[in-house]
Design a protein around this ligand. Structure first.
Ligand SMILES: *[C@@H]1O[C@H](CO)[C@@H](O)[C@H](O)[C@H]1NC(C)=O
Ligand SMILES: *[C@@H]1O[C@H](CO)[C@@H](O)[C@H](O)[C@H]1NC(C)=O
Length: 670
């Protein structure tokens, strides 16, 4: 991890693949270029703290100069960089022979070479493309920093939220129902509003390579609102350097809203977009995942940047993403995702600092703060890109031809869900990497509800999303798929379609195991969301005498107010699906455990990761199927309930006490 600030820089190539034809690849090996920033920072253990404290002090010029990280090699590098800029300004930038493969063969596509060897080669190499200068942090303002924008006034400017009047509540309700967010407020905010600059101050001082690849921004939409979609487009044009934006490619996933037809066709012809917007319209509903693949095939840019249809880009968001890909084309990058409120359209950070992507074992996306792992990750600057095991999925950029080398998204994934994990596991296990880029910020409207329905997955009792998760688990998780099925016991043994192509792809291209991925890349995930133990028994917990089911009532979301109890059995799993595992934990679906402290009747919900402080002989649950009791301390204390109040608690076990008798029941869960 600590070998390079900006990734291995194994091999760089640029390719033009208009019409899907590979025109050329360049592989330039550089022997003599060490990763400069590393050597600059490796001098003293205190350098990272001194540089960050310098940066925090406003303009950040420490006594050692910019960020206290200079030496001769750095100056040399910067001079080289300035020269390139000067040449570009003078209109005579040296054109490198991009399309010529100086090695005489194309390593990425050379089928004679065993792919395992190929990937191994790459990961051990320190090759760096001669024509790409990695980003450099300097005192001066960064080369792609936009000039200060003229001051703007109006609702929502600078990312402020906009409120409706009380008498507009009916508009609000209608908008939410139709779009899943407050379209009334969105309509009142300028399509060209400027959002807050939430970047770390350091970000303004990064200098990026001047020969960055261009990108197609691919946006899939389905039944999207007008102003949110158009603001996304305006924002891309307003914040991206012209030469880097090859096009904005809209993929209409079979919408039927009138404003998304001719009105949109006409709008995108506006000269302000220089003919750079195209629309592809699906003939049937394909879902987000397949629509992205459709967009990727049609795109003309060297890099694919996928955004959602309700985003706003922060200042200078694009070059930091493209730079990582330029330095190492097997890098997938994600911007920092800011939150745009679905109520007020206020633009804010998610507020928890630098985080890495993670997941629990039924594939809920999680965020884990970077801070405790700072040194293990080899980080020096708060504003530098850092590796993340997985991505949230909505916003990402990657080299277009690399996307296809990775096999794209599994075409068996339907509509939405799981593709973020698939591509994350794939890129790591097949020799690439995934990075989060703090200096690139893009806001995204988080919907409260999805305003359209999902089709059925075609498999009885399995939702589209679960079917996707199963495919990902079956192809990528190896022995860890037991953890997935332990968490989602209803899915075990269900069919998930034909995965033979994905399995074959992995065999041919991906030398790493999931165990390697978890231990080397997702080590924090392993710590924060450890794999669950095997289930001993699972199902609804039904009272023997009343046909009521144990129900968390959402207590895991709101432990101070909600209390669990007995409710009518709904047969839908979720809050009523419990399992006792070999560690003696009583677990509800999303990783929360039910604990009974010694000597009290009260039950407590806590994340199962809190197991160290909770788990002991006295808090281990077991089920006695003869006596039908859920008990602690070898049948000393029992789960009990009050039939009148429906409350649930723990009391001393009493033979034959009917309120202590429960059965695990799974026959009617759908
Ligand atoms: C993108 O960059 C490639 C390589 O420099 C170039 O050939 C192509 O014309 C560019 N595309 C657009 C639309 O600017
Ligand atoms: C699964 O797909 C592969 C490749 O597309 C095909 O060869 C194979 O026959 C399929 N298997 C089944 C059971 O349909």
């Amino acid at each position: 991890m600590a070998t390079s600030l900006f990734g291995g820089g194994r091999m760089s190539s640029s390719s033009r693949s208009r019409h899907g034809l590979k025109v050329g690849l360049v592989v330039i090996l550089v022997v003599g270029l060490a990763p400069i920033l590393i050597s600059l920072n490796s001098g003293s253990a205190s350098s990272s703290s001194s540089s960050s404290s310098a940066a925090m002090g406003g303009h950040g010029m420490g006594p050692m100069g910019a960020w206290g990280m200079r030496d001769d090699s750095g100056k040399t590098r910067e001079k080289g960089m300035d020269a390139v800029i000067a040449e570009q300004k003078g209109g005579s930038m040296v054109t490198l022979e991009k399309n010529k493969d100086i090695q005489g063969n194309n390593r990425h596509l050379n089928t004679n070479q065993h792919p395992r060897h190929r990937t191994l080669d790459q990961s051990q190499s320190t090759q760096r493309s001669r024509d790409i200068h990695p980003p450099v942090l300097k005192e001066t303002t960064g080369n792609y920093e936009p000039p200060r924008q003229p001051y703007r006034t109006g609702p929502g400017e600078y990312g402020l939220g906009v409120l409706l009047n009380h008498n507009e509540k009916h508009l609000y309700d209608k908008a939410f129902e139709e779009y899943g967010f407050n379209m009334v407020v969105s309509d009142r905010i300028s399509l060209d509003r400027i959002v807050a600059d939430l970047r770390d101050k350091e970000c303004k001082h990064w200098h990026y390579p001047t020969n960055l690849p261009n990108t197609s921004v691919v946006i899939v939409f389905h039944q999207e609102g007008w102003s949110t979609l158009i603001r996304t487009i305006h924002s891309i044009f307003n914040t991206s350097p012209k030469e880097l934006l090859a096009e904005v490619l809209l993929v209409d996933d079979y919408s039927d809203k009138v404003h998304l037809k001719k009105k949109l066709d006409d709008y995108i012809r506006d000269p302000r977009f220089s003919g750079k917007i195209r629309i592809v319209r699906n003939k049937k509903r394909e879902g987000l995942i397949r629509s992205r693949t459709i967009g990727a095939r049609k795109a003309i840019g060297q890099v694919l940047t996928f955004l959602d249809a309700h985003c706003e880009c922060g200042p200078n968001w694009l070059p930091p993403l493209l730079a990582e890909i330029a330095v190492d084309r097997s890098t997938i990058v994600c911007p920092t995702v800011d939150a745009i409120s679905s109520d007020t359209f206020a633009y804010t950070s998610q507020g928890d600092g630098l985080c890495r992507g993670a997941f629990d074992w039924d594939f809920w996306y999680k965020r884990i703060p970077v801070k405790p792992y700072w040194h293990r990750l080899g980080l020096k600057q708060r504003s530098q890109p850092y590796p993340s095991p997985v991505m949230a999925g909505g916003l990402l950029a990657l080299d277009r031809s690399y996307f296809f080398e990775l096999g794209g998204y599994d075409p068996g994934l339907q509509i939405w869900g799981g593709e973020n994990f698939e591509i994350s596991f794939k890129v790591w296990m097949c020799g690439g990497s995934l990075k989060f880029v703090p200096c690139s910020r893009v806001g995204h409207v988080y919907r409260k509800q999805v305003p359209y329905s999902y089709p059925s997955s075609g498999v009885e009792g399995v939702s589209v999303v679960d079917l996707n998760y199963m495919r990902v688990a079956e192809v990528w998780l190896d022995e860890y798929k037991d953890s997935f099925y332990a968490t989602k016991p209803l899915l075990e043994g269900k069919p998930c379609g034909n995965i033979s192509e994905q399995v074959e792809y992995r065999k041919q291209n991906c030398p790493k195991s999931f165990k390697w991925f978890m231990e080397e890349i997702a080590f924090d995930n392993l710590q924060e969301y450890p794999p669950p133990a095997k289930n001993k028994i699972w199902g609804e917990i039904r009272s023997v005498d009343s046909e009521l089911c144990l129900d968390t009532n959402g207590a895991q979301n709101d432990p101070t107010h909600a209390t669990m109890g007995m409710e009518g059995c709904h047969g839908m799993g979720g809050n009523q699906l419990f399992r006792i595992n070999t560690r003696g934990q009583l677990v509800v679906e999303d990783g929360f455990c039910l604990y009974a402290r010694p000597n009290t009747e009260k039950l407590i919900f806590a994340k199962c990761t809190a197991e160290k402080s909770f788990t002991s002989e006295t808090t281990m649950w077991d089920y006695d199927s003869d006596r039908q009791i859920i008990h602690l301390e070898r049948r000393k204390r029992c789960l009990d309930h009050n039939q009148e109040t429906s409350k649930v608690f723990v009391t001393p076990c009493q033979h034959g006490e009917i309120s202590q008798q429960f059965k695990f029941y799974k026959e009617e869960i759908r």
